[in-house]
Design a binder for this molecule. Structure first.
Ligand SMILES: [Fe+2]
Ligand SMILES: [Fe+2]
Length: 188
């Protein structure tokens, strides 16, 4: 067997392992968050932009997946159900923050949306104390007084920062296309 063939086989098994991990994450997210994923309000977040071309819907799923991955890789023993549900609902504010008109005296979206997400999540779902803490504290340290008080909240807070950075740097790209298509004008 040549070196190139050995390399191809190694790459194949590596890809297979990555696919297996992805399927496991997908299964876990649907296992614990099925009712949220199928909720009309959650589905409506597909139309709201988070960062770049990433919708709020896709961002929340990415944070859920990253939270599960961090929990598993670092053996943090966080509760997967709390992680998935908290991550799916952490940005459940249900509006497009880029073009929403602010009321007079209203603070920036970064300071207010965790509270909006919390109010909507409590209205729509029966959520645990840990999930409440995950939603309220995910913007820490921006919201300095809303401290993560359980390991699941720390994990989601970190996963959210990581995903937001990757989306802002366009390393993670979504399918939502907000920007109008630019037409090149040819000079004659
Ligand atoms: Fe957020
Ligand atoms: Fe987020």
């Amino acid at each position: 067997m040549t070196a190139a063939e050995r390399k191809a086989i190694r790459r194949y098994y590596k890809q297979e392992a990555a696919n297996k991990r992805k399927r496991e994450m997908y299964y876990e997210i649907h296992r614990y968050g099925c009712d949220i994923l199928q909720g009309n309000n959650f589905i409506s977040t597909k139309a709201y932009v988070q960062h770049g071309s990433m919708s709020v819907n896709q961002h929340c799923k990415s944070v859920a997946e990253a939270s599960l991955r961090i929990n598993k890789r670092l053996r943090l023993n966080g509760d997967n159900r709390e992680l998935v549900r908290g991550a799916l609902l952490h940005d459940y504010f249900l509006y497009d923050w880029h073009n929403r008109e602010k009321k007079k005296g209203e603070r920036l979206h970064g300071f207010t949306h965790a509270n909006a997400a919390f109010t909507n999540a409590v209205n729509d779902y029966d959520i645990s104390e840990k999930q409440k803490n995950i939603i309220c504290s995910h913007m820490w340290p921006l919201n300095l007084t809303k401290l993560p008080r359980c390991r699941e909240a720390w994990i989601v807070t970190f996963a959210d920062k990581y995903c937001s950075l990757m989306e802002t740097l366009k390393v993670h790209r979504g399918i939502l296309k907000r920007e109008p298509v630019r037409v090149k004008i040819r000079k004659s």
